[in-house]
Design a protein around this ligand. Structure first.
Ligand code: FAD
Length: 378
């Protein structure tokens, strides 16, 4: 198991103390008219994100000078866990808080940090991930959009796809080719911050199986991006994208997407579950606690400044299996209930979004490849 490490880490008391505060905040700010949904892609709600920002719970670990809270990754863990468990509408700020902000703090220029990071912490500025393309998802190194150097910037042409919330967000950080592909496939890639409402950018929503328009095709046609919106060094995009993935893959959103189904299942069976229902609850709770412990351990590594890419991939791979299994197990064990019952409504909502759980952020086959490489097996 060399290459894989999960220290036994506990949440410190000051992190646990936040739990009650988040619950009080949610009692006041969580919209009541929609069905709570633990999927982090659910609910793009600018008012909720702004309230969260005002409370200091976006950019919690970032430097104060850019609007951050200089708090620990454990405190951030508690806040994100509580928001997801309650099914709060977090999708507007989620990507910016989870990975775009950290990326800019690590690789961005001082001017970029000053311009882009404070509005993220206020819950006012939202980012999309521009990695996947029509012919390039898992094999990210094969990305094609070209960014041609011109005086004062780059001219971008090409297409991104499955871009979550591009029709609602402000910016996309797009992985593009600033040099033609050579022998080293990982060379010549760069990341550009592109204004999603700017000239030369067309955002076309794609309808998913649930009938929602959550993700998009984004087409760049001679889109000019100024030099000061290049993130990091030209050609260093591969290293930067890889560092983003530790943040993208390890959080509680990778095993809590279906959590509301468990909550409503427990409520539906009430105080007198059958032996089978009790066993199902025990089994799911046991799996959940194990994943949670692993994810907290990764938070500990992030806190220590490490880049736990392999451990994060393992949390996501196992977590996605769990969140895909949970609704099926609960459905099979549930008592007969009318369609309008809260358990049935929550289950229906989750089942329609479930196909995405093991695909977004890297498929399970790709994650298994990352884990195998980390273990020295390939
Ligand atoms: C809801 C949702 C939201 C998303 N949001 C975003 C977003 O905001 N930004 C973004 O950039 N992308 C986003 N994605 C895209 C997502 O990251 C890709 O769909 C994913 O990486 C898979 O790429 P692909 O669809 O091209 O599938 P492919 O790469 O074509 O894979 C097809 C199948 O082949 C398997 N496969 C591929 N290569 C290998 C291999 N080497 N070994 C074994 N098996 C392999 C895969 O596991 C998969 O089962 C989103 C996807 C979903 C479903």
């Amino acid at each position: 198991m060399e290459g894989l490490r999960f220290d036994d880490v506990s949440l410190p008391p000051q992190a646990e103390a936040l739990r009650a505060q988040v619950r009080a905040f949610l009692a006041q700010h969580q919209p009541r008219e929609t069905l709570p949904d633990s999927d982090f892609n659910h609910g793009h709600d600018a008012a909720f994100s702004a309230a969260l920002g005002k409370r200091g719970w976006i950019g919690m670990t970032w430097p104060r000078r850019y609007g951050g809270g200089e708090r620990s990754f454990f405190e951030r863990y508690v806040v994100t866990e509580e928001l997801l468990a309650a099914g709060a509408p977090v999708s507007a700020h989620w990507i910016a808080d989870r990975q775009s902000g950290p990326l800019l703090l690590r690789y961005g220029t001082e001017a970029q940090r000053e311009r882009f990071v404070p509005p993220i912490t206020r819950g006012e500025s939202y980012f999309s991930i521009g990695m996947s393309e029509p012919d390039s998802g898992s094999d990210l190194a094969s990305v094609r959009p070209s960014a041609r150097k011109v005086s004062g910037g780059y001219v971008v042409n090409g297409t991104k796809v499955w871009t979550t919330d591009a029709h609602r967000n402000h910016f996309i950080i797009a992985l593009v080719r600033t040099e033609p592909p050579g022998e080293n496939r990982h060379a010549g890639l760069s990341q550009l911050i592109i204004d999603l409402r700017g000239d030369g950018v067309q955002v076309r929503p794609i309808r998913n199986i649930a009938g929602d328009e959550d993700f998009n095709e984004v087409v760049f046609s001679d889109c000019f991006v100024p030099d000061d919106q290049l993130v990091g060094r030209p050609g260093n995009g591969w290293e930067q994208v890889t560092s983003e993935l530790s943040y993208e893959r390890s959080g509680p959103e990778r095993f809590l997407s279906a959590f509301r189904v468990l909550v409503e299942f427990v409520r539906a069976v009430g105080a007198a579950p059958t032996d089978h229902q009790a066993a199902v609850i025990g089994r799911l709770a046991g799996q959940l606690m194990t994943l949670r412990q692993m994810s907290i351990s990764v938070a500990g590594m992030l806190q220590a400044g490490a880049s736990p890419a392999v451990e994060a991939a393992l949390v996501k791979a196992l977590g996605n299996d769990f969140e895909k299994e949970l609704p099926e197990i609960a459905r099979a064990a549930a008592p007969p209930l009318p369609d309008e019952h809260r358990f049935r409504a929550t289950l229906a909502q989750t089942l329609l979004h479930m196909p995405a759980f093991t695909i977004r952020g890297g498929t399970r086959e790709i994650l298994r490849g990352v884990i195998a490489r980390g273990l020295g097996l390939r």
